[in-house]
Design a protein around this ligand. Structure first.
Ligand code: SAH
Ligand code: SF4
Ligand code: F3S
Length: 506
């Protein structure tokens, strides 16, 4: 009887959870919606306090951990309350217009705070700083420093100058900087999964994209420092690392040079480390350390990478392979350097080598310059063919100075962009539901990340395919690998019950 009522209770809880979790649609997971705020650290009286807000992609978040490390050495402690700060830093994104608008609004609010706290300094870091440079100082009078993504080592000097009343700008873009020797201070970490930047910049010139202008030339980080960082994380109890780059398949490093272009001309092959090899080196640290990576580029991902994923159970069966559009003519205008057929060929290779269950996600842009209704329908039909597990979906937003802004007219009316985006989102919802349904009735290996957001009676984690799995806690804990039988799902979440600890991790 007791068991029955417990089952009944769990069932009712699961039902409540489904309702609660249904807000977790793919749209709410858009990367630029997330804002990370610095944590409260213990401080001694008189210590200088740093408050930082980070916007944009995971790479920006990883940079904020480097910035924190640099400023801690200068005696700063972090605070989660901007009203207490001596120094406020906004690490910004410039990918779409609304990302920059958000920062403009935030600066207006901070301006009021500054008026009440004389001596408080405000710095703008990251991609918007790099894009607008000194112009930001002229337009936003509350700003004291403008610092681009490759200039963070210069922050102590810039802060000291600003304290002396001199506003400063450093937006120098480097060909070498990878911050390889700086140990990031993990911010907002769950203690289980962490991000490691393996490269910086981007050498592609997708015509819509501002990143090559804000992050500079592509360069790869020394693999020894990547492996050492991953090992250190594992020893501290972390169980998952995600290797980050704008185009990880392009990773290439040699003892002489860390840029793909120069390596190809000069260096002996045996000394070169490519992405598949780096992935393998990290996977070999320990079978209990999961390895993920993002972002893969359809033009550069190789079978060697796919075979490496298939060979190591701790490399997750999940690939984020942004298509952007399903139309070859749009892809050409976007300068993505692949066609629809090439892209589908890569999907086929993933399904053959990694498996039918492999998690695949995409980024999609609706309403790029000149996009016709037929071209839009080709994006929908590509989605039908691939059936993505999830997607990040955007309306095209023209960025000043990009090749598209110079060459094409942003001529798809706003209401049509929105309607097309809605159609893409709607179809993706169906596909996420379909793909999640395929996972029901199967046992999944879940790495537990902590309590479910909605109830501390449940745990949440992800399976290898990057799907969120929620299940009743019983005796399991954060950091455990648990075999979970999935019994039901929403379009965003799998819900099941724990069977046992995964045997390999005991
Ligand atoms: N390096 C990754 C993408 C980084 S930017 C890649 O090549 O796929 C993240 C996503 O933002 C892009 O994939 C694209 O879908 C979107 N994006 C970039 N520029 C945009 C723009 N001008 N308007 C709308 N979406 C954009
Ligand atoms: Fe932008 Fe293209 Fe580079 Fe991605 S690969 S960051 S979309 S230029
Ligand atoms: Fe934004 Fe810069 Fe990342 S533009 S998406 S923060 S690389």
């Amino acid at each position: 009887m007791a068991d029955l009522s417990f089952d009944y209770y769990l069932c009712a809880m699961s039902k409540a959870l489904i309702e609660d979790l249904s807000f977790l649609t793919e749209v709410s997971r858009q990367p630029e919606q997330e804002i990370k705020v610095s944590e409260e650290q213990n401080s001694m009286p008189g210590q200088k306090k740093l408050y930082m807000e980070s916007y944009g992609c995971q790479m920006n978040f990883a940079d904020s951990e480097i910035v924190t490390s640099i400023l801690q050495k200068e005696g700063f402690v972090t605070t989660s309350n901007s009203l207490e700060a001596d120094l406020i830093l906004l690490n910004t994104c410039a990918i779409r217009e609304n990302a920059e608008q958000k920062i403009r609004n935030r600066l207006k609010q901070l301006n009021h705070q500054k008026a009440q706290k004389p001596g408080m300094l405000i710095g703008v870091l990251g991609c918007m700083a790099e894009r607008l440079k000194a112009q930001l100082l002229n337009e936003e009078r509350s700003v004291d420093m403008v610092v681009g993504p490759d200039a963070y080592r210069d922050l102590p000097r810039l802060v000291a100058e600003a304290q002396g009343g001199h506003k400063g700008v450093n937006v120098f873009l480097s060909r070498e900087e990878t911050y390889a020797d700086i140990t990031p201070v993990r911010l907002g970490s769950n203690g289980v999964s962490a991000f490691i930047s393996i490269m910086r910049g981007c050498d592609n010139m997708c015509s819509f994209c501002v990143v090559p202008f804000t992050r500079g030339r592509e360069r790869s980080r020394d693999p020894h420092s990547v492996v050492a960082e991953a090992k250190d994380l594992f020893e501290k109890g972390f169980r998952e690392v995600t290797l980050l780059g704008q185009n990880v398949d392009s990773y290439k490093w040699s003892p002489e040079t860390n840029t793909k272009l120069t390596i190809e001309k000069s260096v002996e092959a045996s000394l070169i480390v490519n992405f598949a090899q780096l992935l393998e080196q990290v996977a070999l640290i320990d079978p209990r350390l999961r390895v993920r990576f993002s972002t893969s580029h359809p033009k550069d991902i190789t079978d060697e990478v796919l075979l490496t994923i298939a060979r190591y159970p701790n490399i997750c069966n999940y690939i984020h392979l942004p298509a952007q559009s399903g139309s070859s003519s749009v892809l050409e205008r976007m300068n993505r350097t692949y066609s629809r057929e090439w892209y589908l060929h890569k999907i086929k290779a993933i399904r053959e080598i990694v498996g039918e269950d492999a998690g695949i996600s995409t980024d999609s842009i609706a309403g790029f310059c000149g996009e016709t209704e037929e071209e839009h329908l080709e994006t929908l039909s590509l989605m039908e063919e691939v059936k993505y597990d999830f997607a990040y979906m955007f309306a095209y937003s023209e960025r000043p100075g990009t090749p598209a802004a110079k060459k094409y007219t942003d001529d798809v009316p706003e209401n049509i962009k929105k309607r097309r985006l809605q159609e893409i989102i709607q179809l993706q919802k169906e596909h996420s539901g379909y793909r999640n349904q395929l996972a029901v009735g199967k046992v999944h290996q879940v790495l537990v990340e902590g309590d479910s957001k909605r109830s501390d009676l449940f745990l949440t984690g992800r399976n290898s395919e990057n799907k969120v799995v929620v299940f009743p806690k019983e005796g399991y804990r954060k950091g455990d690998y648990v075999d979970v039988l999935v019994e039901q799902c929403t379009t965003a979440t799998l819900i099941g019950k724990a069977l046992s600890h995964s045997s390999f991790a005991i």
